[in-house]
Design a protein around this ligand. Structure first.
Ligand SMILES: Nc1ncnc2c1ncn2[C@@H]1O[C@H](COP(=O)(O)OP(=O)(O)O)[C@@H](O)[C@H]1O
Ligand SMILES: [Mg+2]
Length: 252
């Protein structure tokens, strides 16, 4: 029997997430299930609830209602265990400004229990492919936004986590870094990781993600493989994901 997509294990599960900030309702019953081996693109207009969702998934925010499981582990009951194999890239990475780039990566690596020689090798490689070698002795507060984003991504990749949760990770990267980023994510996924990426870069998501969810006003309003979404939303595969996105978000 062929092992179908439906038989893959769920890695990230969120059910009935509700979250308000004062009188602003950011999530109103969001369900999201991401399976092993997917590169899942979470799309949505500004304010749709992407960042809120991702923060809940890594326990930086507590939902008012709903629950989350990561690799089958209940996030609220077993936070440390559930997040042990998760790499997170925040929307606005804030990294110790007075640490030196390499010190920070060594610190993260030790925290994650990576053996010294492997850590050294991985740091060298990531600094090289992301073109940060010349910055390795610089203070983090002197980095540009794009460099900071690359550093946040490297620190998430470093332990080769089973689960990657990344909030608009490419928004400040130059095209070369975006290319390197995508190659590395693909490589991690080939080796057993699963990735959730929020983005508003539709053309990137269209070519890069294996499945896409569109969130609007705190609920998932469409989901599927890119081709499938095009067929369902517009009755034709000639449409671009941008057209599908606009149709779905406008309620078309
Ligand atoms: N700290 C906060 N305080 C008040 N409102 C917030 C806060 N964070 C987000 N929001 C609101 O929640 C909604 C969802 O925001 P967010 O999750 O950041 O969306 P996205 O990442 O899709 O742009 C928006 O209306 C936003 O203004
Ligand atoms: Mg956001």
């Amino acid at each position: 029997m062929k092992l179908g997509r439906g038989m893959r294990l769920p890695v990230i599960e969120a059910y009935g997430l509700v979250k308000s900030y004062g009188s602003t309702v950011a999530l109103r019953g969001l369900n999201l299930v991401i399976n092993e081996g997917e590169i899942y693109g979470l799309l949505g207009p500004n304010g749709a609830g992407k960042t809120t969702t991702l923060k809940i998934l890594v326990s930086l925010l507590k939902p008012d209602r709903g629950h989350v499981r990561i690799m089958g582990i209940d996030l609220h009951r077993y936070r440390v265990e559930a997040l042990r194999n998760v790499g997170y890239v925040p929307e606005d990475p804030y990294i110790f400004p007075n640490l030196v780039v390499r010190e920070f990566l060594e610190f993260i690596g030790r925290l994650r229990g990576i053996p010294r020689d492997i850590l050294k090798e991985r740091i060298e490689r990531y600094l090289s492919i992301f073109d940060l070698q010349e910055k390795e002795r610089d203070l983090i507060k002197t980095l540009s936004r794009g460099m900071l984003q690359k550093l946040a991504v490297i620190s998430a990749f470093l332990p080769r986590p089973r689960v990657l949760i990344m909030d608009e990770p490419m928004s400040n990267m130059d095209p070369e870094a975006q290319h390197v980023f995508k190659e590395e994510v693909r490589k991690l996924v080939r080796n057993g990781s699963t990735a959730l990426i929020s983005s508003h870069m539709l053309d990137m998501v269209e070519r890069f993600c294996t499945r896409v969810g569109i969130i609007n006003k705190g609920v998932l309003i469409a989901e599927g493989e890119v081709d499938e979404l095009k067929r369902r939303a517009l009755g034709g595969e000639d449409a671009t994901l941008e057209e599908v996105f606009l149709a779905v978000v406008r309620g078309g």
